[in-house]
Design a protein around this ligand. Structure first.
Ligand SMILES: *Cc1c(COP(=O)(O)O)cnc(C)c1O
Length: 377
């Protein structure tokens, strides 16, 4: 059996090496390292893939979120509601822009932001909601968009973990996640579902004026060369990373399908065990693309299980071990522990298993056997 890895980027690369190498070589040959034709090509291809009017590439997913908030003109003191259970980047940029982060609890089944908790957190100062499609599962966008409309709020989708997932509205309309809110932000960090070989990110919107504003912000606030109309940033996807993404985008659907297939096998092998809650997903809808495969371990020693797996050479991890409201940087006197019952519980229960495009049946079998061996002993 091949050594089990959390993410196996080498085996993935080996299968597409010729295409990737050719694509990178073109950049080396024409030396347009910044804003080369590869960047423009990737932008167009991703717009087509997502069915969105504008993709604005940038340097990484954290920048994408920050620039999205800058583009919407959010001002210091504006309140932005987001999930307590997510990667810190989401809340970090809110705080960095001197907006006021308002962390709220998540739903136990989806692990995504709770609509009821958002409702309870809205004040006259609230300006935006940032749902995160956590672990690759689409958040409840219909209800979030309706609530945002009712209160005149912006919705910024943190789509770093769910690129390629579909959201099917209650009216039956299918859209790619990240294109439903006013603006979406994603990351091409190597281990993400569509990863480059360094840092990369992008912003999506269907709003022409907002897209124009953002194209200036990413380029030092310039709309005309050497005329700086607004305070901007320097955030670019470099041509070599765009070349890698051009080679990989055609495989994104297959990659997501491979993750979903692996997740289904895990679910089947672990189904019905009293100590395990497997992630639920509908096999007929592509609404969960399994950036992470996360189990909840209940009434058993999660940490000892992790050690057991690590001892057997099976990598595993906790996403995320500490709620954001308990992090020093984001603690706030307004937060009360009883407002975060789900996140406080999830951080004690979750365990993320290896999930990537190259997992083999034999590996999945060994992982699930090892989990059951521990829990049944
Ligand atoms: C990865 C990630 C980001 C940040 O992306 P970078 O490209 O690493 O800056 C933001 N939000 C979430 C939920 C992520 O998983």
């Amino acid at each position: 059996m091949k050594k089990i890895q959390m993410v196996d980027l080498k085996s993935q690369y080996d299968k597409i090496a010729a295409t990737v190498n050719t694509s990178i070589q073109e950049v080396l040959d024409n030396t347009a390292y910044i804003n080369g034709p590869q960047v423009h090509q990737f932008q167009k291809s991703l717009e087509d893939y997502l069915g969105v009017k504008h993709v604005i590439p940038c340097a990484n997913g954290t920048d994408a979120l920050q620039i999205a908030m800058m583009g919407l003109g959010l001002q210091p003191g504006d309140e932005v509601i987001t999930a307590d259970f997510t990667f810190a980047a989401t809340v970090e940029v809110i705080a960095l822009l001197q907006l006021t982060p308002v962390l709220v609890d998540v739903d136990v089944d989806s692990m995504n932001i709770s609509l009821e908790r958002i409702k309870a957190a809205i004040t006259p100062k609230t300006k935006a909601i940032v749902p995160v499609h956590l672990f690759g599962r689409a958040a409840n966008m219909d209800d979030i968009m309706a609530l945002a409309k009712e209160h005149d709020l912006y919705v910024i989708e943190d789509n770093a973990q769910a690129i390629g997932a579909d959201y099917i509205s209650t009216k039956g309309i299918k859209s790619k996640v990240g294109t439903i809110g006013h603006i979406g932000a994603t990351s091409f960090f190597p281990s993400k579902n569509l990863g480059c070989y360094g840092d990369g990110g992008a912003i999506f919107t269907n709003d022409d004026a907002l897209a124009h504003t953002i194209r200036g912000i990413v380029n030092h606030g310039m709309y005309e060369r050497y005329h700086h109309d607004v305070v901007g940033v320097n955030s670019r996807l470099d041509s070599i990373q765009a070349a890698v993404l051009n080679a990989k985008l055609p495989f994104l659907n297959d990659y997501n399908e491979a993750r979903r297939t692996a997740a289904a096998k895990y679910n089947t092998a672990l189904a019905g065990h009293v100590n395990i809650i497997t992630p639920s997903f509908d096999h007929t809808e592509n609404n969960h693309v399994f950036h992470q495969y996360v189990l909840r371990i209940i009434n058993a020693d999660r940490n000892a299980l992790m050690q057991h797996l690590l001892d057997k050479g099976i990598p595993c991890a906790i996403y995320y071990p500490i709620p954001l409201h308990s992090q020093k940087a984001y603690a706030d006197v307004r937060y009360k522990e009883e407002d975060f019952p789900v996140t406080n519980e999830l951080v004690k229960e979750v365990i993320a298993l290896p999930i990537h495009t190259e997992l083999e049946d034999e590996q999945i079998q060994f992982i699930t056997d090892s989990i059951l061996e521990f829990l049944n002993k």
